[in-house]
Design a protein around this ligand. Sequence first.
Ligand code: AKG
Ligand code: FE2
Length: 224
Amino acid sequence: MARLSRIDMENQQEIAAMNRHVLTRLRGDASVQQLVNEELQLFGIAEFFSIEECDRLRTFIDKVARPSPVFNVDFGRAARTSYSGDMNTDDPFIRMLHRRMDDLLGVDGSFGETLQGQRYEPGQEFKAHHDWFDVNEDYWQGEVAAGGQRAWTLMVYLNEVEDGGATHFPRANISIPPQTGTLVAWNNALDDGSPNAATLHAGTPVNAGVKYVVTRWYRSRKWY
Ligand SMILES: O=C(O)CCC(=O)C(=O)O
Ligand SMILES: [Fe+2]
């Protein structure tokens, strides 16, 4: 691995400080269940969004979702065959959901990317990947200016899938089946702020039914 630049080192230190704060907050929240502890920090909350909120988000996703690019700059060569699209941040409903997610982590909303919706139809999947950016790729300099590394991932399942569609973490050996309104959150870093390889995860193929999720990533700095 190439040596980290001073800016990248500073970014890791910022992530480490942010994560100490976020972990203390999540562990002190009685609604939060810690699903994995050792290899990575993975948390879950049942019914984080209500059934009505999930219904409304699925309608929004159907309006904006487009095929996700195969060569997605965010994910390098990770194959992502689902449809995706950003939620409208002018909508007070979306802003309210953003605030609830920000409050869960105790992080300023300016660190959070816009809530992104995804829809997987039968046969679609998101192959195993990490959510962090590769600091050795050309796109990284652009991301440094746009909030730096992705520190936390928050994802909410918007429905139950007839067959398939679980989120699978092969290194931590855990699979999470979609349940309406359930939020999962994980720390993409290790304690020193460097990327945690055990966050490797996949959206496994949907075999029957349709899967809808929304995701908000939190950067280590203000995003745009
Ligand atoms: O759909 C899933 O279960 C995972 C989605 C995911 O990993 C992502 O959007 O980065
Ligand atoms: Fe992911």
